[in-house]
Design a protein around this ligand. Structure first.
Ligand SMILES: C[S@@+](CC[C@H](N)C(=O)[O-])C[C@H]1O[C@@H](n2cnc3c(N)ncnc32)[C@H](O)[C@@H]1O
Length: 570
């Protein structure tokens, strides 16, 4: 019997192809394709890894395949596919409904040329996009991708609809962020989170919650101002311009394809359309939606405590990635994993509950933080709860002390906030413990660079045994450092935004700038113009970095700051 032939088009990082080909036997052959050229994927380590897996299995891979012109990509003797898959088609960031509809139409028309008789076309769409009654919520037809009508243009009828299940293809992750907290994983962040939750679970009944929305519409961020105004002003704001007549229904919530852009958060901040005059004009004509990458899980507190199934006395646990602009400093990260514990209890028992939670938390953290300290170690670490000025809340501080040197380092790894506001539970008081898991993991394993926690290099993960805590040994020795100074004249009319300067450096250098040092300020005696000088140090231990690469990043940085910060490089 001739083998069944499957064609995958529009692969992003080839994770679907790699995962699917591992579930198939020899009677099925896969041809995996993407629109991009090999060079465009070369910088994506996940794609590289998946392509390697596909090569090892002997799967046919083709680049530069336009799924709207499939007859051009396959010679007549190479056609006759039994199934064609296109998962989460999308024309790109700013494409609205009309463009994506056109992509679907041309794709279906082109499928006809290469499909065997009786063959099938499988398309995975995000919730609501299809516009069929099977879509929940069902979008208005004119606002949907009208999949049935687009398929009809190629002569296809819709014969089956079912929810897309990533679990059915283990390992497949639609192009975007790879969750370290998701099972199964040996990632230290996952291990530390599980240990923390298990220990606190010994003192309180637990209820684990899921919240995958990492993007917050502007209107739902007001709750954050009452908690932490700083984090909101440092959020990564994204302006989405859409042609109103064709726009995705943003009011229904955030669509999956927007979530997919998560991984590009720093790039997004560079592309904020607000600063480009052409785009300002565009905004005048078209509608604009502002969303931000959530700066804290506290944004979800009201939803949790107002839910009808909220259980006073139980610890409600929420974990996920959060994002904040911050200066480039060794223990300060623009993206990290937060776990939030929410506890509700009767107001009269406030002191008992508070004390019990703080005691358990301190015991758990102290024990985690001393696990990798060898016997006789000169280093000591302890946890302290420091009162905030409002005398109600605490910050959780880890004090590290190296005996024999004067070096003592304090790091804030979380906070405890109490509040008595809930419209529904009037007699209740609430406590929220927020923990920065990345910082905690760095301290526990002795990982000196937060960027390691986000690496895709398999040599990093190889260091860890699921559930175990053992000292970490870096796999990259003596990574080279490249130092570049930059000086520029300030725009007299604009205040210099140093945080944005760091954010641009981070984005342009793909996080390879490890420090930015202010060197000097000069005021021209005649013109009174002011110039600043900074020193950038490039270094990274999870990828090879050459002088040439750094040179081109530095010249790109000069261009970007001129455009974004209105300064004139000297
Ligand atoms: C949201 S991504 C989904 C990627 C991948 N299928 C997945 O599930 O991770 C949309 C993909 O559609 C691809 N695409 C858009 N237009 C295409 C075309 N004309 N031919 C082939 N692929 C296309 C893009 O290159 C991109 O990889």
């Amino acid at each position: 019997m001739a083998p069944r032939r499957l064609l995958l088009v529009g692969e992003g990082n080839f994770s679907f192809a790699a995962a699917l080909s591992e579930t198939l036997n020899a009677s099925t052959r896969v041809t995996a394709t993407c629109l991009q050229r090999p060079a465009e994927l070369a910088r994506d380590p996940v794609a590289r890894e998946n392509l390697q897996r596909l090569r090892e299995r002997g799967t046919e891979v083709r680049f530069g395949v336009d799924c709207t012109q499939l007859a051009d990509a396959f010679e007549p003797h190479h056609r006759e596919f039994d199934r064609i898959y296109f998962n989460f088609p999308h024309c790109g960031r700013k494409a609205g409904v009309a463009k994506n509809r056109e992509l679907l139409a041309k794709f279906f028309q082109s499928c006809k040329d290469v499909l065997a008789e009786g063959g099938e076309v499988h398309v995975a769409l995000c919730r609501g996009q299809g516009g069929t009654p099977a879509d929940k919520p069902m979008r208005e037809w004119h606002n949907s991708w009208q999949v049935v009508a687009m398929a009809a243009l190629g002569g296809f009828i819709l014969s089956d609809v079912h929810p897309f299940s990533c679990e059915a293809v283990p390992g497949y992750k639609c192009t975007g962020y790879r969750g370290f907290l998701e099972a199964p994983s040996r990632h230290p962040i996952k291990t530390i989170n599980e240990k923390l939750i298990a220990e606190l679970g010994k003192a309180f009944p637990l209820k684990r919650l899921k919240c995958s929305f990492t993007l917050l519409p502007e209107r739902s961020t007001s709750v954050l101002t009452s908690w932490n105004c700083d984090s909101l002003s440092a959020a990564f704001w994204i302006s989405l311009c859409e042609d109103n007549s064709n726009s995705e229904s943003l009011t229904d919530g955030i669509t999956q394809d927007m979530e997919d852009f998560l991984v590009l958060f720093s790039e997004f901040s560079l592309k904020d359309p607000g600063r480009d005059s052409r785009e300002e004009a565009h905004e005048g004509i078209y509608g604009q939606t502002k969303v931000c990458l959530r700066p804290s899980l506290l944004a979800h507190v009201q939803t949790v405590i107002q839910a009808p199934d909220f259980l006073p006395g139980s610890l409600h646990v929420l974990s996920g990635p959060v994002f904040q602009k911050c200066p480039i400093l060794p223990f300060t990260m623009p993206a990290f994993h937060e776990t939030l514990f929410i506890l509700g209890f009767n107001k009269n028992l406030r002191d008992d509950y508070l004390q019990s939670l703080l005691d358990h938390l301190k015991g758990t953290l102290d024990s985690l933080l001393t696990q990798t300290l060898l016997e006789g170690s000169k280093l000591s670490r302890s946890v302290e709860f420091i009162f905030q000025s409002n005398e109600k809340d605490y910050i959780i501080k880890v004090k590290s002390h190296n005996f024999g040197s004067d070096c003592a380092k304090d790091l804030i790894i979380g906070s405890v906030t109490t509040s008595a506001t809930s419209i529904i539970h009037k007699d209740q008081c609430f406590m929220f413990v927020s923990m920065n898991l990345d910082l905690l993991a760095m301290l526990v394993w002795g990982i000196s660079d937060w960027r390691m926690l986000w690496t895709f290099d398999h040599r990093f993960l190889k260091n860890f045994v699921p559930g175990k805590i053992e000292p970490f040994k870096s796999y990259s020795l003596y990574p080279p450092c490249y130092v570049h100074d930059i000086s520029f004249w300030l725009d007299e009319k604009k205040e210099f935004d140093e945080l944005e300067f760091h954010t641009v450096a981070r984005a342009v250098s793909q996080d390879t700038v490890i420090s930015i040092q202010f060197l000097s300020r000069f005021q021209h005696p005649k013109t009174q113009q002011v110039s600043l000088c900074y020193r950038l140090t490039y270094q990274t231990c999870d990828k090879a970095l050459t002088q040439h690469q750094v040179g081109s990043m530095q010249s790109q940085f000069r261009k970007e700051i001129q455009q974004r910060l209105h300064v004139i490089p000297r």
